[in-house]
Design a protein around this ligand. Structure first.
Ligand code: URA
Length: 192
């Protein structure tokens, strides 16, 4: 296991898969390094590739708005992706790409030791929770893996595309807030 600076250096110089050929920036992930909550998306989009920061495009702004409903901001959680480099034309990351990258994510999880991991969308859920995970049926359901609470929510891009899913996402946010109150020890705004 690498420490933060070794890990960041390894990621920034990584050429383990073909995404290295087309990326502008490695999107390492950002947020609190002692976060109790981690959010994991699929992979960087165009804005993320250009800026080197996760979830800064339209979907990211929408996610920020959603999380602000439960008083969460980026100083309180860590956010990253299954792959750290942009898949061309925003296609889903391939299994070989996720295989190449997952060691970096596992290293991040080992350093952070979050109490809660929220998968954003089916790609992360199928890789981190269960291979046959069905996001339409299983979003908002908790499971525990090696002492970490896991849950998946709809990806914010899916919520932008299909606003009819938003009430369900709101319920999932409330479930996340309840779980934070149950298992987290840091102080969160809006929590007494
Ligand atoms: N979508 C993702 O899954 N991750 C990002 O960082 C941005 C958009």
């Amino acid at each position: 296991m690498l420490d933060w600076s070794g890990l960041e250096t390894a990621c920034r110089s990584c050429r383990k898969c073909a995404l290295a050929e087309t990326r502008h920036n490695v999107v390492f992930g950002e947020g609190a390094r002692d976060a109790e909550v981690m959010f994991i998306g699929e992979g960087p989009g165009e804005q993320e590739d250009l800026t080197g920061r996760p979830f800064v495009g339209r979907a990211g702004q929408f996610l920020d708005e959603m999380l602000s409903i439960i008083d969460l901001d980026r100083s309180q959680y860590f956010i990253g992706n299954m792959v750290k480099c942009r898949p061309p034309k925003n296609r889903d990351p391939l299994n070989v790409e996720m295989d190449a990258c997952i060691g970096y994510l596992r290293n991040q999880v080992a350093l952070i030791r979050p109490k809660i991991i929220v998968c954003l969308g089916r790609i992360a859920a199928m890789r981190l929770i269960r291979e046959d995970f069905k996001i339409t049926k299983e979003h908002g359901l908790w499971s525990e893996k090696a002492g970490t609470w896991m849950m998946a929510m709809y990806h914010p891009s899916a919520l932008l595309r299909d606003p009819r899913k938003r009430p369900e996402a709101f319920e999932d946010l409330k479930k996340l807030q309840a779980k934070i109150r149950e298992v987290c020890t840091h102080t969160y705004p809006g929590q007494s």
